[in-house]
Design a binder for this molecule. Structure first.
Ligand code: DGT
Ligand code: CA
Ligand code: CA
Length: 594
């Protein structure tokens, strides 16, 4: 069992216990342990196999260690089953809805016998929820909106989570001699923030080996159900709920299939039109010359032999694009947003990559809600090869995160000074994630802001403001002359919270006017800005910073997720502030004062 699945089961247990009304300290212990597990880089199963003592991990006591052991050894947790006898499991889903915490879920269940999202919707629309004490008209409206949001994102997985669920299956298929190549296509390969399912392609040279590969796929231990298993195509659902399709191909058509199943659908449609204009036909089997009489039809989709005509390409994607007189187009760009024309004109962007990143300008330490010290974060950034970083703990308004008062931030600078002396080879900037208050003013006085190198501003409260008010608030916050970066501009949490109402076009225009950069927050749950906004930022010439917002060392790895998103926004290294060398970055910091 993978760490992420262990964490998921423990989370379900914690949710159910909380609804049951268990001791808050016990719940908190579970939540702490879940966070610890989320930050581990090593599989717990491996640590256990090597006889390590899990209670040495922070936040993991005897109780939790034994739960983890039980999960790893049996794949199940008796306590969870017991609790689920008393508290319906679906209630845990209800607590994921904005506006429904464990207390409210308990009330809905005990007083209205509501356990599912559908039942909650009925009860809310029928006025029953509003009649309960503790639920007003506003909170019912909020719940109904949350149900809509929940429906919209149903069945999609965060990209970063999907790969963790998928990895054991990939490893087991890669181990087969018959599999010459294994690749993930579909939306995953295009770097989308969420994926509906996984599309796997396996190149198997010898047709006689196909059955063995298909059996290994459907027989994999993490498969919950097999939906279909043909000779070249199979579909399963993993125990995590992630659906996976597998296609087995020979070498001749592997590249064509990789292109076809990478999509997007819209990109494929444009490619096929281009082929038709050239008297060619593109299918998942290859690029073919078309006989005169069927040059107008798409033969692959009207029942004709999909491999009719002379094959002129198919082994690799380069060949497929080449047959259409195009250079290879990176998958992250294949959304039919002008990439085919750009390819033809030779103006495809050189998308930014991890090797271009020279620093990270948003991270938290033990001074606010982070888990590691300034020195630990700085050393970890240096080990990643960065030239600089900014320490940006929260400002005082964010009390739940122990935000810094002016006094404490000055104390922090003393420690930071010491770390500068102790850690060589990387420049540490003084930063802060300063709250934009409800009225658009900033949470720290100018005399502090002037002494900071990097000022990020962000919203952490009053998400409910209407669009005009929220937009004005944000623009007022970022236009303060000491601000450098607007952090996580839309405030969304993928699958958890919709963006707040904000006119991003107006915000981007204001950012340009004031010389303020917008952040692409790389946390896989945020990925905020979205790709379309990044594309627009680039068009407008607004600087972008790709930041991890790491709250512990392991989260510095979020940079990968951020870069996939940046690439989908067509960003090049020149568009990204933290691709600048240290000297150029210093110049950028001085851009407003000269
Ligand atoms: P997802 O799974 O919803 O995150 O998105 P995709 O893009 O992975 O979509 P999926 O899994 O339905 O199909 C994988 C790729 O296969 C898709 O990107 C393009 C190709 N494809 C699927 N159905 C069609 C189709 O009807 N026409 C064309 N041209 N391509 C298709
Ligand atoms: Ca897919
Ligand atoms: Ca699929």
């Amino acid at each position: 069992m993978e760490n992420i699945e262990i964490a998921r089961r423990l989370e379900e247990l914690a949710d159910l216990l909380e609804i049951q009304g268990a001791n808050p300290f016990r719940i908190r212990a579970y939540r702490n342990a879940i966070r610890t597990i989320g930050g581990l880089t090593r599989p717990l199963a491996e640590s256990l196999a090597e006889g390590e003592d899990l209670t040495e991990l922070p936040g993991i006591g005897k109780d939790l260690a034994s739960h983890i052991q039980e999960l790893v050894e049996t794949g199940a947790l008796e306590l969870l089953e017991e609790v689920a006898q008393e508290v319906p499991r679906e209630l845990a889903t209800l607590t994921r809805l904005d506006g429904v915490g464990p207390k409210k879920a308990q009330k809905l269940w005990k007083e209205l016998d509501v356990t599912t999202v559908d039942e909650l919707e009925d009860a809310a629309q029928g006025g029953k929820v509003q009649a309960l004490s503790g639920f007003g008209k506003k909170s019912v409206e909020k719940i109904l909106r949350a149900i809509q949001d929940y429906r919209n994102r149903q069945g999609r997985f965060l990209r970063a989570e999907a790969i963790q669920y998928l990895r054991p299956l990939l490893r087991s298929l890669e181990a087969l001699d018959a599999v010459a190549k294994l690749e993930v296509a579909g939306s995953y390969r295009r770097g989308k923030e969420t994926v509906g399912d996984i599309d796997l392609l396996a190149r198997v040279e010898d047709q006689g080996d196909r059955a063995e590969v298909m059996e290994a796929f459907t027989g994999f231990s993490g498969v919950a159900r097999v939906e279909m298993a043909g000779e070249t195509r199979g579909s399963v659902v993993l125990t995590s709920g992630l659906p996976v399709d597998l296609r087995i191909l020979g070498a001749d058509s592997y590249g064509a299939a990789l292109h076809y199943f990478t999509g997007s659908k819209e990109h494929n449609v444009e490619i096929r039109k281009r082929a038709q204009r050239r008297g060619l036909r593109v299918s998942e089997y290859g690029v073919f010359e078309v006989e005169e009489e069927d040059s107008s039809a798409d033969a692959s989709e009207d029942g004709k032999d999909p491999e009719a005509g002379r094959r002129i390409a198919g082994e690799t994607e380069e060949e497929v694009f080449g047959a259409l007189d195009l250079p290879w187009i990176p998958p992250v760009l294949r959304e039919n947003r002008g990439e085919i024309q750009a390819a033809e004109e030779g103006t495809l962007p050189q998308v930014v990559g991890l090797e271009d990143i020279r620093g990270d300008l948003h991270m938290h330490t033990t001074w606010s809600d982070g888990k590691d010290s300034i020195q630990e974060m700085a050393e970890a950034c240096r080990d990643r090869g960065y030239e600089y970083l900014a320490i940006t703990d929260h400002s005082q308004a964010v009390t739940v995160a122990r935000g810094l008062t002016p006094e404490r931030i000055r104390e922090q600078w003393e420690e930071l000074e010491g770390v500068r002396e102790a850690v060589d080879g990387i420049q540490i900037f003084r930063g802060c994630e300063v709250d934009i208050l409800k009225d658009g003013s900033l949470d720290l006085p100018d005399e502090i802001l002037t002494e900071l190198d990097v000022v990020l501003v962000a919203i952490h409260s009053h998400f409910e403001l209407d669009q005009a008010t929220m937009t004005e608030r944000i623009i007022q916050g970022l236009s303060h002359p000491l601000v450098d970066v607007l952090a996580h501009p839309t405030g969304r949490l993928i699958k958890r919270r919709e963006p707040y109402a904000v006119d991003m076009e107006a915000v981007l225009q204001a950012a340009r006017e004031h010389g303020v950069a917008v952040e692409l927050n790389a946390n896989p749950h945020r990925l905020d800005l979205h790709d379309r906004h990044l594309f627009r930022a680039r068009e407008l010439g607004v600087d972008v910073v790709v930041n991890t917002d790491a709250h512990r060392i392991s989260q510095l790895e979020f940079m990968d997720s951020g870069l996939a998103q940046a690439q989908r926004g067509w960003l090049e290294a020149g568009d990204v502030v933290n691709c600048r060398s240290l000297a150029d970055f210093r110049d950028w910091l001085d851009r407003r004062t000269g």
